[in-house]
Design a protein around this ligand. Structure first.
Ligand code: NAD
Length: 385
């Protein structure tokens, strides 16, 4: 069985789905690895390094798609809606594609892959169970986003992060407020603390208070009713607009007192809640920085725009949508581990053997046998009356 790794074509995407270090795990399982020439260049993994680990290099993209039984991508069609379209006609019935694909935001892509007879697995749908932790690419990428959001804020802010007592006077530490303490938020807290900032954080899930405090940050206690704020999977449950209005009102004081606000609040399958209004940004000091990691999902911050730098009331508002691509070496290393672990989970005796009773296989399979098979994606394509 041949595993193909094409070059990523989404604009600005510098990651690659497989790195040389994971090739031996694939060859040991009886799989051949075929990498498009230059696929790892932008992440720092050159053709020679893949060859040294036992992969073959294909000189053209067509060959990767023609020869591969399984195509590994960072962004397959749904997550690469324009440039990814060119690959659709390269795919053939019976082929398998594994990658991020925005199955809940772009369900139509699953339909198109199904129509071509392709079996598609979505990395976004890896269940959050302990046995699947090493496949959890959303978590690995969120870790990188949280870290990089802090670096962006620190390099944009006209102040330093750490407190310094110097002969030229004392420099006060930057005050950072992190909204949403999931995977990205916790990494943002840890990174801001390492740089010496004074960090506060809030999340609707009261369970994270302890994690926030263990990182040396202060949990902001807002008197909101958050009893039913967490679902069985550990994700936040969407609240009504009245709740968010109260949350914004209660957070206003903390936002106004912060030099940096980093927002990461998401509700699976729904647009991100607006938690920082234009007026709240207006209450911040001149030169303050807001990084909205939810910008791609509609945004937690009213004035943020995806991938734009907006200056609102003298405050710099950033809305980066693909921070993992800006740390391509480690992002590719982590993603490769995730995607290869999933692939090896699906392989037995050198071939794909799909056990549709298995929670991980069933939970991530979006199209198969010419049909869209994931219930949540099916519902989105044909909403029940
Ligand atoms: P996410 O990206 O969906 O959301 C980010 C954070 O925003 C969450 O912590 C959420 O509670 C928070 N949020 C939502 N609405 C908010 C609001 N109005 N105000 C403030 N915060 C708000 O979540 P995630 O980071 O992917 O992970 C969420 C949970 O899943 C965490 O408990 C995490 O530990 C858990 N998790 C479990 C596993 C596993 O068991 N394998 C793996 C990864 C994550």
């Amino acid at each position: 069985m041949i595993v193909g790794v094409p070059t990523e074509t989404y604009p600005g995407e510098r990651r690659v789905a497989t790195i040389p270090a994971v090739v031996p795990a694939l060859t040991k399982a009886g799989l051949d690895v075929l990498v498009e020439t230059g696929a790892g260049d932008a992440a720092g993994f050159l053709d020679a390094a893949y060859i040294a680990k036992g992969a073959r290099i294909a000189t053209d993209r067509q060959q990767v798609f023609a020869d591969a039984d399984v195509v590994l991508q960072v962004r397959s069609l749904g997550a690469n809606p324009v440039a990814g379209r060119a690959d659709l006609e390269r795919l053939r019935p019976g082929q398998t594609v594994i990658g991020f694909s925005e199955p809940l935001g772009e369900p139509g892509a699953a339909g198109e892959l199904a129509a071509r007879g392709v079996s598609a697995f979505s990395m976004e749908l890896i269940p959050r169970i302990s046995r699947a932790q090493s496949m959890d690419a959303l978590s690995s990428m969120a870790t990188i986003s949280g870290y990089k959001a802090v670096l962006l804020a620190a390099s944009t802010l006209p102040r330093m992060f750490p407190m310094m007592m110097t002969a030229a006077g004392t420099v006060a530490p930057a005050r950072v407020f992190v909204v949403g303490a999931g995977v990205a938020g916790l990494q943002a807290i840890a990174s801001a603390r390492r740089l010496g900032a004074k960090v506060e954080a809030y999340d609707v899930r009261p369970a994270v208070k302890e994690q926030v405090e263990s990182l040396g940050a202060t949990f902001v206690d807002l008197p909101l009713d958050t009893e039913s704020s967490e679902d069985k999977g550990g994700y936040a449950v969407g609240q009504d607009e009245a709740f968010y209005a109260r949350q914004r009102e209660m957070m206003s004081r903390v936002v106004a007192g912060s030099d940096v606000v980093i927002t990461t609040a998401l509700i699976p399958g729904r647009p991100a809640p607006v938690l920082v209004t234009d007026a709240m940004v207006g209450g911040m000091t001149t030169g303050a920085v807001v990084v909205d990691l939810a910008a791609e999902r509609g945004g937690n911050v009213e004035p943020s725009r995806p991938d734009e730098t907006v200056i609102a009331h003298g405050v710099t508002v950033l809305g980066p949508t693909n921070l993992p691509a800006t740390v391509p070496y480690h992002a590719s290393q982590m993603y490769a581990k995730n995607v290869v672990t999933l692939l090896l989970h699906l392989v037995k005796d050198g071939a794909l053997q799909l056990d549709l009773e298995d929670e991980i296989t069933r939970g991530t399979l979006v199209s198969h046998g010419g049909e869209v098979v994931h219930p949540r994606v099916c519902d989105l394509l044909a909403p029940p009356d």
